[in-house]
Design a protein around this ligand. Sequence first.
Ligand code: NAD
Length: 358
Amino acid sequence: MAMKVGVIGAGSISEFHLKAYMNNPDVELYAICDLNEERAKEKAAKYGIKFVHTNYEEMLQDPELEAVSVCTWNNTHAPISIAALNAGKHVLSEKPLCKTVDEALRVEEAVKKSNKVFQIGYVRRYEPSTNVLKSFIDSGDLGEIYYAKASYIRRLGNPGGWFADKERSGGGPLIDLGVHIIDICWYLMGKPKVKSVSGNVYQKLGNRSNIQNLSFYKAADYDPNVNTVEDMANALVRFENGASIFVDVSFTAHAKKDEISLKLYGDKGGAEVDPNLVIMSEKHDTILNTEPQVDPISADYAVPFQNEINHFIECCKTGNRPISPIEDGVEMMKILCGIYESSEKKSEIHFNTEPQPV
Ligand SMILES: NC(=O)c1ccc[n+]([C@@H]2O[C@H](COP(=O)([O-])OP(=O)(O)OC[C@H]3O[C@@H](n4cnc5c(N)ncnc54)[C@H](O)[C@@H]3O)[C@@H](O)[C@H]2O)c1
């Protein structure tokens, strides 16, 4: 029997979830919920969804509903995820897990109590090129990865609306874009334990909504009038095994063009993930740059979302642990919140559980 799935939040990203569920033969798209009833009704009509709600608590009371995607503003991820788990539903939550470490720990507690599947939507983990690179890394081709450098620079791309309202988003490009690129480096590095972070957050240019003739991703309720988030952030993340990640991100900056780059450096080889996968190595005293023939990351965003959702449904059916489990959401919240705190305090933040030598 097909699993009955509901989607909470019917804005921009829900479209990727809905399409992917629709393509999965083991799923019945059963319910949809949005504060904006018209928006929920539109999706219901488009995808043939039976039940429309404007209150997620009401939706979760339906015993037939088995699993939900949480596609709402960041400040609601934790309360909705916890309510859904407590109601006995499997949960796929969009990134970031939530806004604070405290909330993250509360979601983790609810996952443990519920015995339900909880998957965090780190969609980049479900990219075909990520999986190709991971198979090279798992076979030891890069050796020990000791450094990663990740950059996600938008010259103009503050999505406005709730994204730009710190109360609802938890922050700007760091929590929105940084979460993806820090996560993918950390995942490919074998998820070392974070030791410390040092970060800088800048609010210099505003959202530059005055700029004409350049289009960019916008929240469903785009509104340029509120902007309480940073334009740019950078950070150095150190891990207990000695590895480190340097990251910089922006919603807007005086950059020549948008840029996403992810580079990993190991003691046997290196890799560039964006824009195309390249693996660097050495053989017979010669440096080799190998280009695995896989689709570039931006070729079709629907592909990783389809993989993410197929994996979620598979885990719900088998009880398997997802490849992006709750613990990875908690560790990422420690990193992201640590970077904000470091910038505020203008000093490095340490996560050591062991006492520090004086
Ligand atoms: N994985 C990715 O690459 C990716 C890309 C974009 C956005 N996202 C994430 O997806 C989430 C949604 O982003 P978006 O771009 O779709 O935003 P959006 O503004 O387009 O849509 C959000 C929707 O959630 C609804 N909503 C908010 N609170 C609600 C509640 N309590 N109950 C019901 N509905 C509620 C809003 O009315 C809105 O329609 C965010 O957490 C964002 O970080 C992920």
